[in-house]
Design a protein. Structure first.
Length: 222
């Protein structure tokens, strides 16, 4: 708000005489147009729905859902979480399964931007945590470049959720001093992890043990 007020004041000074009277009859109309444009701009909240258990959804994520105008949700969002979506809110499925994409990543980003610029409160729901292999960086970049406010609400990622429920610690001071999240599903099909480096921590080649967590197994034809 302070930045907006400063910009409007600067515009007024450029359009006014020393006595404060406008020397441009269209000044007021231009200010009104700017204010209306700002007031119509919505925002996007990207939330993590966790590994499936609806009780692991955070209160902040729940409040965002209840205050939304439209919800875009992924395939990994459980039915129990979807049941929390307000009935009056528009919901759009944008899920991806192997070889079955309801919408491209570029299309999802463009849709969020379009809805936000229409003045809507948009909530993007992802399974697990948005910042763990969930393309939140790509979506935030598109929105921020267009001046759309975006907020990310963390969720419980599948790695810690599944291991905790199974009673298996990802780190243990007797054998695992670190944990690494790995995926072979890169944007470029030719890009692969450094398998030799990854194996050092679990093969005894390194004095510090490490737990490896693999996301999204990659299908390859031979």
């Amino acid at each position: 708000m302070i930045t907006a007020a400063t910009n409007l004041l600067a515009l007024f000074r450029r359009s006014s005489n020393n006595d404060g009277k406008s020397k441009d009859t269209g000044f007021i109309n231009r200010v009104k147009t700017q204010i209306q444009a700002r007031s119509k701009r919505g925002c996007v909240t990207i939330i993590g729905a966790g590994p499936g258990d609806v009780e692991l959804l955070t209160l902040k994520a729940y409040r965002a859902l209840q205050n939304s105008d439209v919800i875009l949700f992924d395939a990994l969002v459980s039915d129990e979480v979807v049941a929390l979506f307000p009935k009056q809110v528009q919901r759009i499925y944008v899920g991806k399964r192997y070889a079955q994409h309801s919408m491209s990543q570029e299309g999802i980003s463009a849709l969020m931007l379009k809805l936000a610029l229409e003045g809507k409160q948009v909530v993007r729901v992802k399974g697990g945590d948005p910042a763990i292999f969930a393309r939140v960086g790509e979506e935030c970049q598109v929105l921020q470049q267009s001046g759309v406010p975006v907020c990310v609400v963390p969720g419980v990622t599948a790695a810690s959720g599944a291991s905790s429920y199974a009673g298996i610690p990802l780190t243990h001071r007797s054998c695992a001093q670190s944990v690494r999240f790995v995926t072979a599903h890169m944007k470029s099909a030719e890009t692969e992890p450094n398998w030799a480096s990854l194996s050092e921590g679990v093969s005894g080649q390194s004095k510090n043990g490490e737990t490896l967590v693999f996301y999204m197994g990659l299908r390859q034809s031979t």
